[in-house]
Design a protein around this ligand. Structure first.
Ligand SMILES: [Cu+2]
Length: 142
C-alpha cells in the first residue's frame, strides 16, 4: 500500500512536469501593501505562442486565503471590480494583466506575505497545463 502511494507520487510529479504550459509569463509583479490591509493584486503579461487559444482558468497561491481572477468594468456607478471565470489568451496573441484591467486578486493575505519579497503563483490553464512563477513585490502609485 505504501509502495503504491509512492509510485503514485512519482507518477504525479512526472505528469505535472510534462504539463508545463507553453504560455509565456512576462514581468510578473504583485502590489505591496501596508500592514493592516488585507487584499492586493498580481499582474503579468501572458503570451500564447501556440496555434490555438487557451484560457487561464485559475491561479493558486499560499500567500492569500482566496485567489480570484478579476477584471475592472465600467458601469453607470463608475469603475467596479468583477470576478471572471477565465481569461482567454488568443492564438499567437497576448493578454496584459494591469492595474484597472485584468488582475489576480489576492484576498486575505497571510502573515508571510508581509515579510516576503516575492509571491509564488501557480497558473492553471484550460488545457490542463500549469506554470508556477514568482512575482516580485513592488509598490505602485498612480
Ligand atoms: Cu479585484
Amino acid at each position: 500500500m505504501r509502495l503504491l502511494a509512492l509510485f503514485g507520487m512519482i507518477l504525479f510529479s512526472v505528469t505535472s512536469f510534462a504539463a508545463e504550459t507553453k504560455v509565456v509569463v512576462e514581468a510578473p509583479w504583485v502590489r505591496g501593501i501596508e500592514s493592516g490591509m488585507e487584499n492586493t493584486a498580481a499582474y503579468f503579461t501572458l503570451k500564447n505562442p501556440g496555434g490555438e487559444s487557451v484560457n487561464l482558468v485559475r491561479v493558486e497561491s499560499s500567500a492569500a486565503r482566496v485567489v480570484e481572477l478579476h477584471n475592472h468594468v465600467h458601469n453607470k456607478d463608475g469603475m467596479k471590480m468583477e470576478r471572471v471565470d477565465q481569461v482567454t489568451i488568443p492564438a499567437a496573441g497576448s493578454v496584459e494583466f494591469k492595474p484597472m484591467g485584468y488582475h489576480v486578486m489576492l484576498i486575505g493575505v497571510k502573515k508571510n506575505f508581509m515579510k516576503s519579497k516575492k509571491v509564488k503563483l501557480k497558473l492553471v490553464f484550460s488545457d490542463g497545463t500549469t506554470k508556477t512563477i514568482e512575482a516580485n513585490k513592488k509598490s505602485y502609485e498612480e
